[in-house]
Design a protein around this ligand. Structure first.
Ligand code: ADP
Length: 474
């Protein structure tokens, strides 16, 4: 099985979100089980600088609207996964991030930049490809590669396409007058095509033309078929539900392993958990919290946005403290939420600590030092922190949505609440706090979470099964 995995970001070369984690880990996990998976990435500065063993393998001169494009072959750092790089400095070698300039504005030519990525992805999956290596399946990810299934469709022939949704909120919406210049037939600009409320949507194109659609958890695959979580795409997604699958993401079990985590002051594991206590005391000291092993320490690591339900956490914080718990928040995001977190810490010195910023090391230490981990997201396609926290024995309290519902077992590895409100969260937290004082029961809960297998292997097996289905049905 040969798979071309087209993506706009991949760890460790370039990352803005969860897509990069998946793109860094899944192709490697697929190769482990015998799938010849290769990446296709734009040649941003960081990609050209970081990918090893680069050599030119083709020059493309006949892409309408573009000059000469070089195609390089290279290897990903760490994993050695083969990667094809689109070397087109005019579009990709810029000083800002992959989608935005240094001051946070979208590049004005993003439609062209990601049409090129999509176009080359489609080309490599058809008999017109200049390469000998030809994928059996073209795996596209998010709006940046959304036009690839459309281009592949209009070229006719070639590999079947899978479109994976990692973030439905970004839909790649551009003015309708780009349809022709980007090489799409005028007839595709309709509801049964790339049109979306009068505009061109790259994501819609992918969802419409792909042979199959997947997203990153089974529950989210259901939720996006209705409003509001379908974010305007619910009608299309519901109409394609027989070709819509949810496959959970895995986590990097080596990076997130409390028995070998170099960020921690002390290692521990499900079998030898005593080091967790030292991690907790060190965290309390680090964050100027009162040092006391018997005080339940509640952790939060999150982008500070409405999606993540941080306002619910702020709303229960006083009650948490009154009940004798401590709260440690690490996050960055909307200014008003940042301010609310800082104000809480100022009101409760020694009981609440808020660190505003992005700090990978501290995120590991909070997972290790916390007894309870809050993640009351209003929606969550998959989510990672609830998996990390189970592995680190920080028992998660989550809202029953998306990947949170699929990865946390209520009363077995954590607490899952079903009423989306402050009270819903508070009742679940109360259940957690009262069980915390029942030491044997708490230990069972922690250990059940710590022993769960969140490795990429299970996901890779499910993707392989889906690829096989696509090839057979094609
Ligand atoms: P999302 O992708 O919606 O932000 P996830 O739970 O899927 O949520 O992934 C978030 C990732 O980012 C996790 O790896 C989490 O540990 C990390 N993270 C989020 N905020 C911070 C922060 N302020 N500092 C360090 N890591 C963070």
């Amino acid at each position: 099985m040969k798979v071309l995995f087209a993506t706009s970001e991949a760890r460790p070369l370039v990352k803005t979100g969860g897509l990069a984690d998946v793109s860094g880990a899944l192709p490697a996990a697929l190769r482990e089980i015998g799938v010849d998976c290769r990446l296709l990435l734009p040649g941003y500065h960081a990609v050209i600088a970081g990918a090893g063993n680069q050599r030119e393998i083709a020059r493309l001169n006949d892409l309408p609207g573009f000059g000469e494009v070089r195609l390089l072959e290279a290897r990903m750092p760490d994993t050695d996964v083969p990667v094809y790089i689109i070397d087109y400095p005019w579009h990709y070698q810029r000083d800002g991030g992959p989608y935005q300039d240094a001051s946070g504005h979208d590049y004005p030519d993003n439609a062209w930049r990601f049409a090129l990525l999509s176009r080359i992805a489609a080309l490599l999956a058809t008999p017109l490809s200049p390469l000998e290596w030809r994928p059996d399946v073209l795996h596209c990810n998010d709006w940046q590669t959304g036009l690839a299934p459309a281009y592949r469709h209009f070229i006719g022939g070639g590999a079947p396409t899978l479109m994976t949704i990692h973030n439905l909120a970004y839909q790649g919406i551009f003015p309708p007058d780009l349809v022709g210049p980007l090489g799409l037939p005028a007839s595709s600009f309709q509801v049964e095509g790339v049109e979306y409320y009068g505009n061109l949507s790259f994501l819609k194109a992918g969802l419409y033309y792909a042979d199959w659609i997947s997203t990153v958890s089974p529950t989210y695959a259901e939720e996006i078929q209705t409003s509001p979580l379908g974010m305007g795409m619910e009608g299309l997604l519901a109409s394609r539900r027989d070709r819509l699958t949810g496959i959970l993401n895995g986590i990097d079990m080596a990076d997130w392993n409390p028995s070998s985590d170099l960020h921690l002051p002390c290692e521990y594991s499900a079998r030898a958990p005593s080091g967790k206590k030292r991690c907790k005391l060190a965290l309390q000291q680090d964050l100027n919290l009162e040092i006391d092993n018997d005080t339940p320490l509640v952790g939060v690591i999150s982008r500070l946005t409405y999606q993540k339900g941080i306002d619910w956490i702020v709303a229960i914080a006083e009650r948490l403290v009154a009940d004798g718990a401590q709260l440690a928040i690490l996050g960055k995001g909307e200014a008003a939420i940042e301010q609310a977190c800082l104000a809480l810490a100022a009101r409760h010195p020694g009981r609440v600590a808020s660190v505003i910023g992005y700090d990978e090391g501290l995120s590991h230490r909070i997972e290790a030092g916390s007894d309870i981990f809050l993640m009351p997201s209003r929606f969550e396609p998959c989510g990672l922190n609830q998996m990390y926290s189970q592995r680190y024995g920080a028992v998660p309290v989550v809202f029953a949505t998306g990947g949170l519902k699929d990865t946390v077992e209520d009363g077995v590895t954590g607490f899952v609440f079903t009423e989306p409100s402050v009270d819903g969260l508070w009742r679940a937290v109360q259940r957690a706090l009262s069980l915390y004082h029942d030491k044997p029961a708490w230990r069972r809960l922690m250990q059940a979470g710590m022993q769960k297998d969140f490795s990429w292997e299970a996901s890779a097996n499910q993707y392989t099964w889906l690829y096989q289905l696509l090839v057979l049905a094609h």
